[in-house]
Design a protein. Structure first.
Length: 243
């Protein structure tokens, strides 16, 4: 299976925003390929493609046209997210309530991912990075959202237009009580890569954020490992399930 390029075969499409998330997804796919004999792989697809769509889906207009005439059988949007619900901890998995057969997926992930804490609920798609504690609280109290991301809505709409199953999964990298430095946008490009010079300038100007960034890095590593487990579980389960 080709995990990087589009093709005319039945394809499971995995969309991530950041380069690090794409690497996590590719790792999970390759692990599945090594561990799962071809004869017992899902009949739902012949190919798995991982595409990076950028923060806020910035690259969607370039990526999605590749699949307008492809046999996409399911779309998985996967990545890290911030918690709005105070019940969520770093590393917890959230399945978007719009997801295809969310309850069944939750059961499978619980069974396959070593006791992964898993929640189903509405995820808010924001046009900007939400790192302010008060804003997270407002999304939870007024909007009833349990987590916030920047890509789910657009990818869900793409799957709806194609009339194919969609699932959105997010692992928590910052809790409802964790604030993100507002300066992050100064040194992160749309792919999530760090701009070294911009980072140096930011740290020199704002040394107080170093501790916060170190905490976020540690939390993101935990969330990434949990994300890999969840993607692997979904692939091994044979989602999207056949009637």
């Amino acid at each position: 299976m080709d995990t990087q390029t589009a093709c005319d075969t039945r394809t499971l499409l995995i969309l991530t925003a950041l380069k690090t998330e794409s690497q996590v997804a590719l790792s999970a796919v390759k692990q599945w390929q090594r561990d799962t004999p071809t004869a017992i792989r899902s009949n739902a697809y012949e190919n798995i493609v991982v595409e990076q769509i950028g923060m806020g889906g910035r690259f969607l207009k370039e990526v999605l046209p590749r699949y307008y005439h492809s046999q996409v059988t399911g779309v998985v949007t996967a990545g890290l997210a911030g918690a709005c619900s105070p019940d969520l901890a770093v590393g917890d998995l959230v399945i978007d309530s719009n997801s295809h057969e969310a309850l069944r997926v939750e059961e499978i992930i619980n069974a396959m991912s070593n006791g992964q804490r898993c929640f189903i609920g509405p995820i808010h798609t924001s046009k900007h990075m939400v790192g302010d504690i008060a804003e997270k609280k407002e999304l939870f109290v007024k909007g009833k959202f349990i987590a916030v991301d920047m890509e789910n809505k657009a990818t869900f709409q793409f799957a709806q237009r194609r009339n194919v199953p969609w699932i959105g999964i997010r692992t928590i990298s910052d809790t409802a009580l964790d604030s993100l430095p507002s300066q992050i946008g100064h040194f992160i490009d749309p792919s999530g890569s760090v701009r070294p010079l911009a980072l140096t300038i930011t740290l020199v100007s704002n040394p107080g954020i170093i501790g916060n960034l170190m905490r976020l890095g540690k939390s993101s590593n935990i969330a990434s490992r949990k994300l890999a487990d969840a993607i692997g579980a979904i692939i091994r389960s044979g989602w999207p399930f056949q009637a």
